[in-house]
Design a protein around this ligand. Sequence first.
Ligand SMILES: Nc1ncnc2c1ncn2[C@@H]1O[C@H](COP(=O)(O)OP(=O)(O)OP(=O)(O)O)[C@@H](O)[C@H]1O
Ligand SMILES: [Mg+2]
Length: 450
Amino acid sequence: MNAIEVRNLKFKYKDYRKDSEAWYEPVFLGLDLVVGCGEHMMIMGKAESGKTTLCRILTGSVPKYLGGKLEGSVAINGKDLSVTQTWDLVNDVAIVAQNSEEQLVCSSVEDEAAFPLQMMGQQRDKMVHSVDAALSQFGLESRRLQSVESLSGGEKKRLLLAVTKAIGPGICLLDETFDELDQTYKSILADWIRSTDRTVLLLCSRPLEICRGIFDSFGILEDGVIRSCTEEKAFETRLSSLPPFATDLSQAGAITARDLEIAKGGEFHLMVPSFELRRGEVVSLSGANGSGKSSFARALSGLDDVLKGQFSLEKKQRPVEIGYLFQNPDFQIFLTTVRDELEYPNAKGKDIDGTCSLFGLNPDGIASILSYPERKKLQAAVYYLLDRPYYILDEMESALEYEDCHRIIGLLRRHGAGVLIITHDSRIAAWASRRYVIEDCVMKEASDEH
Ligand SMILES: Nc1ncnc2c1ncn2[C@@H]1O[C@H](COP(=O)(O)OP(=O)(O)OP(=O)(O)O)[C@@H](O)[C@H]1O
Ligand SMILES: [Mg+2]
């Protein structure tokens, strides 16, 4: 018996904007996928190729809860999903969602890890042991009572991994799970995949070197089907055509910050002796999960107060000058359609259709059901129209391919904007002319050999 067996899968989503018989273009056109028990498989697929939809189909949430028309057969551990209730799959398969916000439901870290075990009626002693072990593996044991909402982006991903570990399903579906993890936790996840006897299916849009040598099989999801391929082929990138961004200081101006001290609840503390972003340059910022990159971005863009420090611009002026693209686009998208978002607050003089084609968006698309990468593109398109002199891109790359990230940065700086890229990906940091890093609670400029 195979862990996953998908035969001739055809699937399309319903188009709720039109009459009852309207459908979107099919996502799958006769897809076959067989993953043996204990096999580790990596599937590469461009943004919007159907990776998340495939995960949802394998967990039974599509079409049952999210709609759509499915043909073909899907079996998990020999259970035919067309006649299996999703709750009967709870020990068979679990997913770590691409967008953590979609999956986190409890208020505290500890409750989140215990919740599914309580629902499964697990005995208390066993539950306490599973929660302890899972939180400890993903470095969250000291955060047990912290609110889930206040965790950093990478910490939320680690919490989802801990929840999956606590449940201990036979099959783990990892939807872009390496994104947002820092190097330490990317290694911990890679080591876990290498050593586990569970079935693992990783879906991703950017090949990460750390994933070499840990998978048994590889596939490329393209044109609605999966074609098996070699490891070499799966790791192919076209990075060579993506050069670093040139600095152009022809327009005067800079945002500077001195002697900042930033704190939140708990133990978090960050010192920033000196930071500068000039117009026309691209700089990067890297550091471990929870080191304070997003907290710094919020303080710099005037959204949060600092304990101490000086900025070259008044607090009320900074949100107007700096376009801050949040790590999770869901917190910046709140209107019904793509067009509504782009027109807000004033449509006058805006080339909405031209902008949509530049960013690969459908102006009539419903914002809340766009895929995660499409929401990232929408967030960028909104700021493209706002045309700010400075931008902060907080882990924009998660769920996007290198080409898309590079192109979007180029579009945002078409009038010479200064851009700060926050990233865990050294290939993306290499596009910057200067690099900042956070180490031991202090942000500093990195030397070349760093
Ligand atoms: N109310 C709070 N209580 C305790 N800790 C908090 C609170 N709010 C934020 N923190 C902590 O502050 C730290 C800084 O978070 P921040 O989002 O700035 O990190 P980051 O460097 O952007 O991380 P990532 O790479 O995961 O995105 C995190 O460890 C977070 O858990
Ligand atoms: Mg962050």
